[in-house]
Write a protein that binds this ligand. Structure first.
Ligand code: ES4
Ligand code: ZN
Length: 324
């Protein structure tokens, strides 16, 4: 690991907390909660981490998180992630959780939000690591179900900075969620959405124009649409790009073909993130390293990517100044 990467201060803006559930913790929580798993042991589970596409990953991801039941489970999950992130010199995190993946199994939303929030608060007190929490709707479910979740989250409004949109992109366009995004905007939530991961560049345009998001999660399909790239550059709309995720889910054929540097040099505010690091083979520094080793990114380019993360985050200008 290059010392330039390991010592670079970073922010993480695209991280699904359920995607930090390591196989060891899956088995530990299964034992603690009296759950029998379909896999014999950790290596059998790890062997299932070979994904053809986004859907084949999501099937394993939703299965793994079924061991998460209590407030303490969500605290332990989040704390383990924060320890890893802090070790990678991550100084600020904006993390997603999938409320419907838990309430749909009978887990109270209060346990989910409280456990995550308690860990975030402890990291702030112990290390000064700041954070925001983003509630993400599952796009394979209906807009009516997203509305139910938005209402259900009202008691936790103070702990939630924004809303996002994730899960299976193809066939579930941003337009499906136009009303619930308008309602969340009325309630003062900040808005982001996954778009242009497996889906077309047109979904990025719709996320901007119809959902009115301020940031795009993934967005790598913009490389196929030069007019859209010009707009993203002109408006400095951040893209939270996840290199190892793109590789593992076959969005790109090899890291050498990743569009990150083309997007960077076209003037876009692209950032580096780890998405679901327990499944995709590495946390923040591993994603920077993949760009260095697989794409030939220079230290200057890596620095600009890290600075873009600070620009794109939701800290105040005063707080951002401390990070740069
Ligand atoms: C996700 Cl990589 C990715 N894409 C879409 N939805 C997701 N949820 C968790 N990881
Ligand atoms: Zn994601």
């Amino acid at each position: 690991m290059s010392t330039f990467i390991s010592e670079l201060p970073k922010v993480e803006l695209h991280l699904h907390i359920e995607g930090t559930l390591e196989p060891e913790m899956v088995f530990a929580l299964a034992r603690r909660n009296g759950i029998t798993l379909d896999y014999q042991d950790e290596s059998a589970l790890k062997a299932a981490y070979q994904f053809a596409d986004l859907q084949s990953f999501l099937d394993v991801y939703y299965q793994g998180m079924q061991v998460l039941l209590t407030e303490q489970d969500f605290f332990d999950l989040t704390w383990a992630y924060l320890v890893r992130a802090y070790a990678d010199r991550v100084r600020h995190v904006e993390i997603f959780f999938d409320p419907q993946a838990h309430t749909g199994r009978g887990v109270p939303l209060a346990a989910v939000v409280s456990g995550i929030h308690r860990a975030l608060e402890q990291a702030r007190q112990q290390w000064g690591l700041t954070s925001r929490l983003i509630m993400s709707f599952l796009r394979h479910l209906s807009e009516a179900e997203a509305f139910e979740t938005l209402h259900h989250a009202e008691p936790f409004r103070q702990q939630l900075s924004g809303i996002g949109l994730d899960s299976a992109e193809k066939g579930n366009p941003p337009t499906k969620f136009s009303q619930v995004y308008a309602a969340a905007r009325e309630q003062g939530y900040r808005l982001v959405a996954h778009a242009g991961e497996e889906g077309p560049a047109g979904y990025i345009r719709d996320a901007l124009d119809i959902l009115q998001v301020e940031r795009i999660d993934h967005g790598v399909a913009a490389i196929t649409d030069p007019p859209l790239m010009a707009r993203l550059a002109q408006e400095r709309i951040p893209l939270t790009v996840c290199p190892l995720s793109n590789l593992k889910l076959n969005v790109i054929k090899s890291m050498a073909e990743h569009p990150m540097l083309q997007l960077l040099h076209a003037g876009l505010c692209v950032t580096v993130n780890s998405d679901d690091p327990a499944y995709f083979g590495g946390y923040m520094n591993a994603n920077f390293e993949a760009l260095q080793q697989g794409l030939g990114a220079s230290n200057e380019e890596l620095l600009q990517l890290a600075l873009n993360g600070v620009e794109a985050c939701w800290l105040s200008p005063e707080e951002k100044a401390v990070l740069t």
